[in-house]
Design a binder for this molecule. Sequence first.
Ligand code: UDP
Length: 442
Amino acid sequence: MRVLGATRSARLREAAEGARRALVGRRLWHISSTAAGGGVAEMLHLLVGYVNDAGIDTRWVVIDADAQFFAITKRLHNRLHGVPGDAGELGGDEGSHYRSILESNAAVLVRRVEPGDIVILHDPQTAGLASHLVGRGARVVWRCHIGADLPNAHTREAWNFLLPHLAECQAIVFSRAAFVPPELSSADVWIIEPSIDPLSPKNHSLAPDRVTDLLVRIGLLPGERPVSGTAVLGGAGPFSPGDRIVVQVSRWDHLKDMIGVLQGFAEHVVGHNDARLALVGPSVDGVVDDPEGSQVLAECLAAWEALPERARAGVRLVALPMDDVVTNALMVNATQRHASLVVQKSLQEGFGLTVSEAMWKSRPVVASAVGGIIDQVPPDAGVLLDDPRDLDLFGRTVRSLLERPDELVALGRRGRQHVRDHFLSDRHLIDYARLVEHVSQQ
Ligand code: UDP
């Protein structure tokens, strides 16, 4: 692989060969709650594709569930991040609905999974499948992509709900050590950091003309658009080709604080320089496992409409079409590449792939010092905000960086190198190969 160089490519081949030998006659399954939208789906496209190419029979199954189930699992998601999410409970009724949906999914899965197969369950939505699959003779790993740096009453409530489902897992994977609850300290816990795929449509290089074409298609730059229309919301027109643009790409989730970015930018950046802001997320009908999406997007749109005229003119909300994952990824790629600065002002973050995605494209980043973002951004390759709720700090940081073009370039260059060293797919695939070998030998 040209991006990796000979030594890293050889190391990767060796790890893949070890996993392939360990898995002869078995299959590797990934089970998640959605095939599109969000970091888990993003990574599974990578893991499944490359691992199949390495000769390991790998399958990916998406569970089938109703709106009530996803409301419960979104509550679990929020509480694992240390916030209530909504006012609902995680009690007996929620537990029995969660179990019954996963029982129906398990009934289908146990007819496909063979004894000895290895199954990796992703996130709270799938944890309740573990005992069914262990009963079938599979080796089961649960991978948790989220968590809070400090426990509180909400995290404890979520863990009380989940822990009974995890008792039979052979191994449990977290993205960072701080996310491991004390109750799992005697389990076989692995820390595996996520990664980005430099060759995927989301991250591969794009010629400047291609970037412009994609931004025209989105509606962020002027030009002739196909009939499908603009992805820019609220009737706003495109920016000018020479405008400097600050970008945040996220799901529409309260924890990504798109509204905070909008308000902080409108109050503390607009009027101080010529920069514009684009808040970019998926079109909300495309992400089925996230019931908050449409509500958060509507709140952002209302906040944008309430801005003074001048601030509204400097901010765009963009809902990218999700009907074609490759086009969606290319649109994200082009938007990140076009940005003068990428922000990720999350209030909590499991990992935050968008940060590494931007750094890989040599974009300077301003991001919150929370969760996995802390692990991705060393001090010389981006700026971390100690208090993600401090809009004045956010605005001042963005403003002052935009005044220092040389610093922007230097941060971008060091960011790309840091991602090359730590967050590309080869390291992640090697970590997985070791895990799979380990679990298959148990
Ligand atoms: N993303 C996307 N299309 C969109 C918005 C986001 O493909 O319209 C991707 C984004 O590029 C990243 C992932 O969704 O790869 C989000 O992952 P992250 O770890 O940042 O956050 P999560 O959504 O998992 O909380």
